[in-house]
Design a protein around this ligand. Structure first.
Ligand code: NAD
Length: 442
């Protein structure tokens, strides 16, 4: 089977995959719950329905995306017709993380297949139930030489990285991203790195504080804070801090009740190693809300932390859990000192009614993407690129861009023979003035 050129085959297998993911939807939701008690609502919203929508959109558009496209020719080549061909890279390796273990494995896979590649997917070992279902679905959909799932941990991943690939798509931590980039460099393999960072969330004195608190609580504590684009820390204008903290507390209680450990809408930390890492960040005297932990169930309650020390453990790196440090600022200069201390984040959020302040923040800082007056939702628009910059990642995907990520764009000029202008050919004598004029005119 020639996966490379056969669009019908790609479409057929993606349709088969769509049917299989629909059939297995409740099993996937259950696996996500078994892995870290991901609430069913969040599993459907952020994982299964997202994959289904990605598949439908891809199947609908694949022919249009894959078709060679005519582009406007250069007058220098007159007479010609110019084309852009989308060529599959060949063998693609996809390495996925555990926090959205289904969606972040399947979505790149769908696009890699649509673009005509052979794919090996390595899901995360930290969510074994989900990994097993993914392996089952893929094995029952694809020929093993076309798409294969190889389960395992870091060692398996490194074995795969030691082989030669035509493209590597990695989602995970900055530290492992560097390992992937090093491995890819040996064969100059092109890569996408979807990494993380310390995402600031700025709230100024003009913001609708109650609504801001509600949207921040939603974005921060979904998936128990284990979201790469979750707000990492709050920067609140100091005059409105107390009022805002009251709203945050109210919104946490409204979402998860007085006992979040009993709420079916709040996930658990993925394993005890991550639980211990997060618990070590909690300094009890700084906790202004929450702070309850339970090692047996890998539980940490939604926690607000009054923070002013940028050298504290919680302000060192990405938190990736339900701990929300709250820092105050007085001036834009204060904001600059704090935000600039960290590498370019994956996302940034600003809550304000002051449009020029929002514009200034967006234009001043470099970050992957973000929102004004909301959190996370930029992820859901397929027309927006999703990816980081600097340490938060290389490359971006989603929607049509995902198809392009897994395709090499080949530029072709088809020259006509009915005319052959002699200007470009040697001998060049007496042609320099004319070519200069012509080039100036271009
Ligand atoms: P991770 O880097 O620990 O693991 C990701 C993948 O790499 C897993 O499949 C794992 O098996 C593999 N891996 C682990 N150690 C390895 C090693 N030494 N060599 C080779 N492969 C190795 O990340 P994680 O804990 O699964 O996910 C959390 C991180 O991912 C966070 O930093 C988060 O911000 C980031 N993330 C980013 C995005 C994004 O879209 N940008 C999405 C989700 C998560």
């Amino acid at each position: 089977m020639n996966y490379k050129t056969n669009i019908d085959y790609r479409k057929e297998t993606l349709t088969k995959l769509l049917n299989n993911v629909i059939i297995h939807e409740s099993e996937i939701v259950q696996a996500l719950y078994d892995d870290f008690k991901k609430p069913a609502f969040e599993a459907v919203l952020t994982e299964t329905s997202y994959v289904i929508s990605e598949l439908k959109d891809t199947i609908k558009n694949i022919e249009r995306w894959a078709k060679p496209k005519k582009v406007f020719p250069s007058i220098l080549n007159f007479p010609s017709t110019d084309y852009l061909y989308k060529e599959p890279y060949g063998k693609v390796l996809i390495i996925a993380p555990w926090n959205y273990p289904y969606q972040l494995a399947l979505c790149p896979l769908v696009s890699a297949v649509a673009a005509g590649n052979q794919v090996v997917l390595k899901p995360s070992e930290l969510t074994p139930k989900t990994s097993a279902i993914i392996a089952k679905i893929i094995a029952s959909t694809f020929n093993v030489n076309h798409v294969e799932v190889i389960e395992g941990g870091a060692e398996t991943s490194q074995n795969l990285l030691s082989q030669r690939w035509d493209y590597i798509f990695f989602t995970g931590s900055v530290a492992v991203g560097k390992i992937v980039a090093k491995a890819a460099a040996i064969n100059l393999t092109p890569i996408t790195l979807e990494l993380g960072g310390k995402n600031p969330c700025i709230v100024d004195e003009t913001a609708n504080l109650k609504l801001a608190a509600k949207r921040i609580v939603w974005g921060k504590f979904m998936n128990a804070g284990q979201t790469c684009i979750a707000p990492d820390y709050i920067l609140i204008q100091k005059d409105v801090k107390n009022k805002f903290v009251t709203h945050l507390k109210d919104e946490i209680t409204a979402a998860y009740g007085p006992k979040p450990e009993e709420s079916t809408d709040f996930a658990r930390i993925v394993n005890s190693r991550n639980w211990s890492r997060l618990v070590s960040m909690i300094e009890p005297e700084k906790v202004i809300f929450g702070g309850q932990t339970d090692s047996e169930n890998c539980y940490i309650s939604p926690t607000l932390i009054d923070e002013s020390n940028l050298d504290s453990l919680i302000m060192k790196g990405e938190i990736f859990g339900p701990l929300l440090p709250i820092l105050t600022y007085d001036s834009e200069a204060d904001l600059h000192v704090i935000i600039s201390k960290y590498e370019k984040p994956l996302s940034l959020y600003v809550f304000t009614k002051n449009n020029s302040f929002a514009k200034k923040i967006i234009e001043t800082y470099s970050f992957g993407g973000g929102c004004i007056n909301d959190t996370l939702v930029h992820f859901s628009n397929k027309r927006l690129p999703f990816g980081g910059v600097g340490h938060s990642g290389i490359g971006a995907y989603h929607g049509r861009l995902s198809f392009d990520v897994f395709s090499h764009s080949k530029g072709i000029v088809k020259k006509a023979n009915w005319l052959d202008l002699t200007m470009r050919y040697a001998p060049y004598k007496d042609k320099l003035t004319t070519i200069k004029k012509l080039l100036k005119w271009m």
